[in-house]
Design a binder for this molecule. Structure first.
Ligand code: 7PJ
Length: 275
């Protein structure tokens, strides 16, 4: 599987390292806010074998406060510029704001990751103009309230239906289908049962015939299952990444790059000997 604009192909699973430059993200909030701290963390993830880094300046954890455009720009643009100047690794911008999508690609980002699936006014046009690949993620509701009482008729069918509609809207707005990736959005307006059904039935997303990106790393569904706080969720996170890859995920979005890369090496050796 090949996505134009991505420097790596998706014939094997790829690892996206998470780099939050927010003061309030749920697991590493505040630790990488300064430019130097962000670069140090990026350097580490590059050395550990990440294929792409995902830079976010607005926390989307349940209950998180919204961030102004100026603030989000000030957080992420200097980091993207420095990463682009320093490393070969591609960078993805995690934002829902069209102005930032444009500015981030101008600063060197080569992918857009939008938890709102380009639903903000002007987002499809911004993505179309940049010409970079886009990950469309499903969310029910908005971060402030999404965990209150999420409801679905059939969580998998509903989300496949939603993503199919967003794909059609993107194509109609000039974003080529071949540049799209999809993501069911674990934890975004989902109960534990919804999240488990999504992982169990992840293969059904192959109906959309688009590369699947999945983020479960350190999420609260793993805390609910194991009873562990966020800093002790590495084993469950790696297991979840492997289970997602087994069921067709092509990019896993993770905090713990080294451990995930090891797991992917094992998966590749078993599934594609010689690859
Ligand atoms: C996701 C994301 C995810 C995509 C976040 C966290 C919460 N983008 N951004 N998929 N999660 N595509 O890092 O746990 O699951 S923010």
């Amino acid at each position: 599987m090949f996505v134009p604009g991505l420097s790596f192909d998706l014939s094997v699973p790829r690892v996206m390292g998470i780099l939050n430059v927010t003061p309030d993200s749920f697991s590493d909030g505040g630790r990488f806010v300064g430019l130097d701290a962000a670069l140090t963390q990026a350097e580490r993830m590059v050395a550990e074998g990440a294929d792409i880094l995902d830079i976010g300046g607005e926390s989307t954890r349940p209950g998180a406060a919204a961030v102004s455009l100026d603030e989000e720009m000030a957080r992420v643009l200097p980091v993207i510029e420095r990463l682009h100047a320093t490393f070969e690794i591609p960078v993805s911008i995690d934002t829902s704001k069209p102005e930032l999508m444009r500015a981030a690609v101008g600063a060197g980002a080569s992918m857009i990751n939008d938890v709102c699936a380009l639903a903000a006014p002007g987002a499809i046009a911004a993505a179309a103009d940049t010409g970079v690949p886009v990950c469309l993620m499903h969310m029910q509701g908005e971060p402030r309230t999404m965990q209150t009482a999420p409801q679905y008729a059939d969580v998998v069918a509903d989300i496949i239906g939603y993503l199919g509609e967003r794909v059609a809207a993107c194509e109609a707005g000039g974003v080529a289908r071949e540049r799209l990736l999809i993501d069911p959005g674990f934890g975004f307006g989902k109960t534990l049962e919804h999240n488990l059904a999504l992982l169990r039935r992840l293969r059904e997303f192959q109906r959309l015939a688009l590369p699947l990106l999945v983020g479960i790393s350190r999420k609260s569904m793993l805390g609910s299952l194991t009873g562990r706080p966020v800093e002790e969720r590495l084993p469950a996170s790696v297991a979840a990444a492997v289970m997602a890859i087994e069921r067709g995920a092509r990019i896993v979005r993770v905090h713990d790059v080294a451990a995930t890369v090891d797991a992917v090496k094992l998966w590749r050796a078993v599934e594609n000997p010689g690859s």
